[in-house]
Design a binder for this molecule. Structure first.
Ligand code: ZN
Length: 255
């Protein structure tokens, strides 16, 4: 079953990669069929198998030998492993479907935000709608109500940070996409875990920002790191919640 989760992840990844790249280029999602960007050779079914095709073709187009970007291979491996991890932790449950959704969202956001510094609205709308359907299936109407309140909390918090940040730095501090992403983060996680997700995302973003500052890059994407924090905290939410409770108990004993 873990292998099945891995395969599902690789298939999702190749669709997400194709979809985001075409969307960024302003092309249609369905037509034309997948083709080589250099010589327009339409890809056969055996050139479309995730990972396998890339390795078999040694990363080159069959016709013109043009190099195929390695992004797709990395994306497929990443989502394959992410889906496997989710399945190993949550097994046969709604939580697994939410985990698959969050991993896919993380991938879609990473591709568009690292490439073009934007988070596509279509990514956020799709993810948020699907997550609310899953929340409804797991927790019913009450769950939706709670998630929505927490979502608004996240959105307002980020909106205020952006408002203040824009004034202080006199340029865009947080992107509009990050603020909308905060709504999804709040909807999935209760506020204490939501804050931990932001901290984890920032901790991972910090070394990246330091390295990029060496290259004098000023504008950095934050969305992928937020989405990563969300995914990690969602995966280990039970452990993290226990950890936080333990600390609170220790605090009560000593203070
Ligand atoms: Zn070609």
């Amino acid at each position: 079953m873990v292998l099945l989760a891995f395969l599902l992840g690789t298939i999702f990844a190749s669709f997400i990669n194709l979809y985001v790249l075409r969307f960024l280029r302003g092309e249609s999602i369905i037509f034309p069929r997948s083709h080589c960007d250099n010589c327009n050779h339409t890809l056969n079914w055996y050139e479309l198998i995730p990972i396998v095709s890339y390795l078999a073709l040694k990363g080159k187009c069959k016709c013109c030998k043009q190099k195929i970007g390695i992004t797709s291979l990395i994306a497929e491996l990443f989502l394959g492993f992410a889906f496997s991890l989710v399945y190993m932790i949550y097994g046969y449950s709604i939580n697994t479907l939410i985990g698959f959704l969050l991993a896919s969202t993380l991938l879609a956001i990473s591709i568009s935000d690292f490439k073009e510094m934007i988070i596509l609205d279509s990514t956020l709308i799709t993810s948020t709608l699907l997550s609310y359907i899953l929340i409804y299936l797991e927790f019913g109407l009450r769950g939706i109500y709670k998630s929505f309140l927490y979502g608004v909390f996240g959105f307002v918090l980020f909106f205020l940070v952006k408002l203040i940040g824009d004034k202080v730095y006199k340029r865009e501090s947080l992107g509009g996409g990050d603020v909308k992403l905060a709504f999804l983060m709040g909807s999935i996680l209760p506020y204490n875990l939501f804050l931990i997700a932001i901290i984890i995302g920032s901790l991972v973003a910090l070394p990246y920002a330091l390295i990029m500052s060496l290259y004098k890059k000023k504008e950095l994407p934050f969305g992928p790191f937020l989405a990563l924090g969300l995914f990690i905290v969602f995966l280990f939410k039970n452990g993290i919640a226990n950890f936080v409770n333990t600390i609170l108990i220790i605090e009560k004993i000593f203070l």
